[in-house]
Design a protein around this ligand. Structure first.
Ligand SMILES: C[S@@+](CC[C@H](N)C(=O)[O-])C[C@H]1O[C@@H](n2cnc3c(N)ncnc32)[C@H](O)[C@@H]1O
Length: 264
């Protein structure tokens, strides 16, 4: 099995174990934070949008809460059945069990979102090209990616750990998450007082999650077969090199990149 198929399989299994979107993790408030500073949720009201890599449907439900007219939710893994189950307003949603590169060339979408997905795709070019074709002229593609900048110390720890953890079965990985959970709670306390690595993420995102979603966030770092941490240049080039104009990047909470581009 290649990386592409294995990563999709990993997520299928992950989302069957962590299937709900409760609390801040699935909230409009978090969506507002993800879109900032490029968009506000009320700007997508009445729009036709797509979301690539929907997982359990939390982002699809966020765009519904923001008032979109219709959302096309794309999810290739076994999480598709979780997605269908979790969607709050099925009449405004079309769910497609396809990979992002197979998104039909609608040509009339106002926005496409892909949050936490393209850094798990070894060759994201075909997905970006499919998004470009599916947008209307003037339509915008917003992507959120793991960042390289701001994560150097973290990656020194994570990369060797992942060599092992990405192969672990669920029960062992979930036990490891339990072991890591308490030291992270202590680390958050330290982040409140000192400017430590990942401070922005810890205080503005992770700490606001419920205990269950904090465990998922740790698991999600250790489980997927493929994960790339993008430099600012690579993040900008992802859309800029594919025909998108006005490509802007934002270093979200100092650990990740939000990228937005417009189809000319
Ligand atoms: C980290 S999850 C993010 C889920 C969702 N966007 C969210 O923020 O909750 C990444 C998702 O992308 C999906 N995925 C992986 N490769 C993909 C591809 N080539 N095209 C579309 N989705 C893909 C995975 O199955 C997984 O559900």
């Amino acid at each position: 099995m290649d990386h592409h198929d294995q990563t999709i399989k990993d997520f299928g299994e992950q989302w069957l174990k962590y299937s709900d979107n409760e609390g801040y993790y699935g909230s409009l408030e978090l969506f507002e934070d993800i879109l900032s500073p490029f968009l506000r949720p009320n700007e997508i009201k009445g729009c036709k949008v797509a979301e690539i890599g929907s997982g359990t449907g939390r982002i699809a439900n966020m765009v519904l809460a923001a008032g979109v007219r219709h959302v096309i939710a794309v999810e290739p893994s076994d999480a598709f059945k979780v997605l269908i189950r979790n969607i709050v307003d099925p009449e405004r949603v079309t769910c497609l069990k396809i990979t992002g590169d197979q998104l039909p060339p609608y040509g009339d979408l106002d926005y496409i979102f892909s949050i936490g997905v393209l850094h798990h795709v070894r060759d994201p070019g075909p997905v970006v090209r499919a998004a470009f074709r599916a947008l209307r002229p003037g339509g915008r593609f917003l992507v959120w990616l793991y960042g390289k900048e701001g994560n150097s110390l973290y990656l020194l720890l994570l990369k060797p750990l992942r060599i092992i953890t990405k192969h672990l079965p669920h029960s062992i990985l979930a036990t490891l998450v339990e072991i890591i959970y308490r030291p992270i709670a202590f680390y958050i306390k330290l982040c409140r007082r000192f400017p430590l690595p990942l401070r922005g993420y810890m205080l503005w995102v992770f700490e606001r999650f419920s205990p269950g979603k904090r465990r998922l966030a740790i698991y999600d770092q250790l489980n997927p077969s493929y994960a790339k941490y993008y430099s600012q240049k690579e993040a900008k080039g992802l859309l800029g090199g594919m025909g998108f104009a006005n490509v802007l990047v934002h270093h979200r909470h100092g650990y990740s990149w939000t990228v937005i581009g417009t189809k000319p």
